[in-house]
Design a protein around this ligand. Structure first.
Ligand code: UD1
Length: 367
């Protein structure tokens, strides 16, 4: 049984790492399972890709499709052409994709058209927001997936509502949290900590990269101004995504408390989050990590595909109107943030459950 593991962009790497570890464990127990790690090359910078492979001990990819940057269609087609060539030359038995990035969708289409079954890790989550490329990626991928591994019960319900057979849905938990729990003891203080004289619980972490927030200069400026004006005397540490960096450069925004830094490694970034007072973000994955670490999280989006981070966790949805920022920062400074709990099965053992299902059930069906 040979599986292709697809990883393309930064949020894929922490989801794939524990699956590789679980496969190694299964191999050491004599199970018949092999993998080929395919990096699509969607993210290619040291900061966005290589550092994650090193820190999370992910083996060097067997293949790099080197798709690179481009428009949605350019990226999708480059990944599809590269992966189709690979699969035609050297077929595999199962294509396992994770998350909701362009690589996830592109590879699942290629595999299914070549009659290779598709497994989707993080299947079934939905924001209902078709303006985000990730929602289209989720919907297309789930339409042509054979095996659905879900993070929450709600994700499974979404799939059932869409007519998916319940026997194809496996509620296993969250592989991103496997990685978080495994590496939590080795989170690392980044140089920025001493450079800016940061103190535990006395700074806020910001991450912004969604087109809705960063592609319009005026919008981004208003959001940052509101955050700066309502964060009292607290330093704001902002590791800047390449997409956002291009726009920030034009804006020329600067303030003594706004500390702009390069994208951080996994261990450094989560050190910052764990020790912060709160996080302001438009990422989805970070809302899950803050929920597990019990850190207050404010999401600058109008919707979320991860509702449990709000109903169970520490996340609150603010929308993208800059005026929403002041009231929540006031609440944070008043010490009134909710405590939150950890969603079921986010226990660090998800990847082992996935590999067990693959070796015990899926491999029989595919054989
Ligand atoms: C992608 C994912 C998003 C994920 C995010 C995390 C899709 C549709 N989006 O968005 O879900 O949350 O990654 O980072 O797949 N760039 C670099 N270096 C790199 C990679 C990108 O400079 O290594 C630049 C590109 O040139 C481009 C911009 O960053 O201008 C955006 O990259 P892209 O992969 O298109 O999407 P992201 O915004 O990173």
């Amino acid at each position: 049984m040979k599986i292709d593991l697809i990883a393309g962009a930064r949020p894929n790497f922490m989801k794939i790492a524990p699956i590789i570890n679980a496969i190694h464990k299964a191999q050491s127990e004599g199970k018949n399972i092999e993998y080929r790690l395919v990096h699509t090359g969607q993210h290619y910078d040291i900061n966005m890709s290589e550092n994650f492979f090193r820190q999370l001990s992910i083996p060097k990819p067997d293949v790099n499709l080197e798709a690179g940057s481009g428009t949605q269609a350019e990226q999708t087609s480059a990944i599809m052409i590269g992966y189709e060539k690979l699969l035609m030359e050297e077929p595999s038995d199962l294509c396992l994709v994770v998350g909701d990035v362009t690589s996830t969708m592109a590879c699942s289409i290629v595999a299914q058209k070549l009659h290779v079954k598709v497994a989707h890790v993080e299947a079934g989550i939905r924001s209902g927001d078709w303006t985000m490329p990730e929602e289209i990626n989720r919907m297309v991928t789930d339409c042509i997936t054979n095996y659905f591994f879900t993070t929450t019960e709600h994700a499974g319900e979404n799939l059932l509502k869409a007519g998916i057979n319940g026997e194809q849905i496996f509620w296993v938990g969250n592989t991103m949290i496997d990685t978080l729990l495994k590496h939590r003891p080795s989170f690392k203080k980044p140089p920025a900590w001493d450079e800016f004289g940061l103190e535990k619980g006395k700074f806020i972490v910001i991450t912004l990269h969604r087109p809705a927030n960063v592609d319009e200069e005026d919008k981004l400026k208003k959001l940052l101004d509101e955050i700066i004006n309502n964060s009292r005397n607290v330093p704001l540490i902002f590791p800047v995504h390449p997409r956002t960096a291009k726009i920030l450069k034009n804006l020329g925004i600067s303030h003594p408390r706004l500390l702009l830094v390069e994208p951080m490694g996994y261990l450094e970034f989560n050190y910052m989050v764990e020790n912060s007072m709160a996080v302001i973000t438009d990422s989805g994955g970070i809302t899950e990590e803050t929920t597990v670490m019990g850190v207050p999280c404010m999401t600058l989006r109008d919707n979320t595909e991860r509702p449990e981070t709000i109903t169970i966790g520490t996340n609150e949805l603010l929308g993208t109107n800059p005026e929403a920022i002041k009231p929540v920062l006031d609440k944070l400074f008043a010490g009134n943030w909710k405590k939150g709990n950890i969603p079921e099965l986010w226990d660090g053992k998800t990847a082992e459950r996935i590999v067990e299902i693959i070796t015990q059930k899926i491999s029989d069906e595919i054989a």
